[in-house]
Design a protein. Structure first.
Length: 289
């Protein structure tokens, strides 16, 4: 006995509906990108025109704002501020990648007493506002003599204090088959060699995600740097922008916006270069395990 199957008719595509969705998406994208467009065009205006001309198109182009931004302010050149920001961002990336990956491996694979309690306490720290811990941390760093140095901004990164990154890497490691660890043990590998030769090479998506978020967070950080850095020679780009705001002359707004555009470029380029790996790392770490 043969059964007759009727073909399933697919719904015809409606060109108008597809076009409407594209128009809506483009409109939303333009609204989201308008502040960046305004910032870029404002960097090409004079100080008086920024305050009087609300149009994004400059009446008189002032590319000299970028040369003034490169000269810096209060004796601090743009390249010195840029170098200080880059140094802190690179140290933050290195600290988070090393410490968070080791802590995540311990939580995901090693067996020790009260492991679940420690992991729960670590996750609970995500709900603590930064301002709650600010005063105790400031007192500790003051007693240690770390104020006025980069140590308060760098040391926590090497102590796996970023619970989000630890949780992200833990979820990724849990998605890896335990047979890999068992095979490594049979070959005579201990926990450290298993991590270095087996687990670490497979953590590329999670580590790339940690690298991108760590770089962006450290590069854009302002409040912590404002609290702990006292020597102007150690200022970063973010603190350098604050010096422009303190000026009473309105002409300083042009160079300030020009420096803002320059400060955005590394983050934008960094994100575009690793965008594919970022999406892959978030999907793999968040959906498996």
């Amino acid at each position: 006995m043969t059964t007759v199957t009727t073909p399933v008719r697919s719904r015809p595509r409606i060109p108008g509906r597809s076009l409407a969705w594209h128009v809506i998406c483009v409109a939303i994208g333009l609204v989201l990108l308008y502040p960046l467009l305004w910032l870029f065009t404002a960097s090409l205006k004079s100080g008086t025109e920024i305050l009087s001309n609300l149009s994004p198109i400059p009446k008189v182009f002032t590319p000299g704002n970028y040369s003034k931004a490169a000269d810096g302010i209060s004796g601090l050149t743009l390249w010195r501020l840029f170098g200080n920001s880059l140094l802190l961002a690179c140290l933050a990336v290195a600290g988070n990648v090393i410490s968070c990956s080791l802590a995540a491996y311990a939580f995901a694979r090693l067996r020790f007493r009260a492991r679940g309690l420690y992991f729960s306490v670590m996750i609970a720290t995500l709900m603590l506002p930064m301002h709650v811990m600010l005063i105790p941390q400031y007192v500790i760093y003051q007693k240690l003599g770390f104020l006025g140095t980069y140590l308060p901004l760098v040391i926590p990164k090497f102590l796996a204090t970023e619970a989000f990154f630890v949780f992200l890497i833990v979820q990724f490691i849990r998605s890896l088959p335990r047979e890999l660890d068992e095979a490594a043990v049979l070959d005579g590998c201990g926990p450290y060699r298993t991590f270095w030769y087996i687990i670490l090479p497979l953590l590329k998506p999670a580590l790339v995600t940690t690298t991108i978020f760590s770089f962006i967070s450290a590069w854009n950080d302002f409040f912590s740097q404002l609290i702990y850095l006292t020597d102007p020679k150690m200022y970063t780009l973010q603190l350098g922008l604050r010096l422009f705001v303190d000026q009473t002359d309105s002409s300083a707004y042009g160079p300030m916006f020009a420096m803002s555009v320059i400060a955005l470029l590394p983050v934008l380029l960094f994100f575009l270069a690793f965008q594919r790996l970022l999406v892959e790392g978030v999907q793999t770490s968040g959906l498996k395990g």
